[in-house]
Design a binder for this molecule. Structure first.
Ligand SMILES: Cc1ncc(COP(=O)(O)O)c(C=O)c1O
Length: 350
């Protein structure tokens, strides 16, 4: 689905020079390269502050903790996402409350979110899945953006008091390992996240609770920051090529496409097909890669007490999407011939 070696080749000279500079500097945790990457990605998301952390999962967890969310609280989460969105709520001690997505797109249904609000609700997580900005409900309850898949959208997600980014290697702006970032316009929240990721420390061996939580250890390493700075100048080119490929797919696959904003990064290109698994097997037989994002609604996850029956009853749109969605290769290292081959195979098999 993604060729990370080919992607590295696009920026290899700059990335390798920057990584070598970090290795020679001896400054591996914190320091100027991390600060530069934090600000560069915060600027991209049009936020004042960026705080590097160890992963997108940590970014979500620390963002929620910085808001003082914990035991006895509820956080509303859409039923279609990567499990990390749910997991991060559980890591704070709060209860994730899963709500359905829109009938025609795998994005939070704002009305369903509002209907799920209780006196215990402390936040709503808007997941900007596949590079598409979700519409958050109009409410005073804190919105947190799960922007793990939304770096580079135009415009960037704007509603969250805090946003969480992932630099997992397969993301459009991916590193050479795990990494994440919390973005916000509020200095006090940025400071809270930074302290939560540094053992709640104000000075060596002086530790505090932050918004009721004990700190931990979660940083964006300087080597990862250097890799990301080397990738950044290529981001606009990558996204433009993804949009071009997606437009070709859309034109060919009428009736199977899902709605998308023009400013989407197409972090993942997904179509819907009533016999998705048969289509996937037929593509596999023709040597075409495809992937299922995500095979089940979060309401069906046994680890949080869900089941397929529960999912069908509570979140039918999410279940229908998860049963039908198939992701196709869509990235900047595909040639026109590759795109034509994928298109022909889908049309031949659908
Ligand atoms: C929507 C979503 N949320 C959260 C995460 C978690 O990010 P990470 O893998 O960096 O922990 C991901 C990453 O795959 C994601 O796609």
């Amino acid at each position: 689905m993604v060729d990370l070696s080919a992607r590295h080749a696009r920026v290899a000279g700059d990335v390798e020079r920057r990584v070598a500079d970090v290795l020679r500097s001896g400054r591996y945790v914190g320091g100027p390269v991390v600060a530069q990457a934090e600000q560069a990605v915060a600027d991209l998301l049009r936020r004042r502050f960026g705080v590097g952390v160890g992963s997108g999962t940590d970014a979500l967890t620390l963002a929620l903790r910085a808001l003082g969310i914990g035991s006895g609280h509820q956080v509303i989460v859409p039923a279609v996402s990567f499990f990390a969105t749910v997991e991060s709520v559980l890591h704070t001690g709060a209860q994730p409350v899963l709500v359905d997505v829109l009938p025609d797109a795998p994005l939070l249904d704002p009305d369903a979110a509002l209907a799920a609000v209780t006196p215990a609700t402390r936040a709503i997580v808007a997941v900007h899945l596949f590079g598409n900005v979700a519409c958050a409900p109009d409410t005073d309850i804190a919105i947190v953006d799960d922007s793990a898949q939304a770096v580079g959208t135009d415009p960037p997600p704007a509603r969250g008091v805090l946003g969480a980014v992932s630099f997992y290697p397969t993301k459009v702006l991916g590193g050479a390992g795990d990494g994440g970032l919390v973005v916000t316009d509020e200095q006090a929240l940025a400071q809270a996240v930074r302290r939560l990721g540094s053992h709640g420390m104000s000075a060596p061996n002086v530790h505090h609770r932050v918004a009721g939580h004990v700190g931990g250890n979660s940083h964006l390493d300087a080597v990862q920051a250097a890799v990301l700075l080397g990738h950044l100048p290529d981001l606009a080119v990558r996204i433009a090529r993804r949009r071009q490929i997606a437009a070709r797919y859309d034109a060919a696959f009428a009736g199977m496409t899902i709605p998308r904003d023009p400013g989407s990064t197409i972090s993942v290109y997904v179509l819907r097909h009533p016999r998705r698994d048969a289509l996937r097997s037929a593509l596999g037989a023709r040597g075409i890669a495809s992937a299922v994002y995500y095979p089940m609604a979060m309401t069906a996850q046994a680890v949080i007490g869900g089941s397929p029956a529960d999912a069908r009853r509570r979140t039918p749109n999410a279940v229908a999407f998860c049963d039908q969605a198939l992701a196709l290769p869509c990235h900047a290292d595909l040639t026109d011939a590759d795109v034509a081959r994928v298109t022909a195979a889908v049309l031949g098999a659908a």
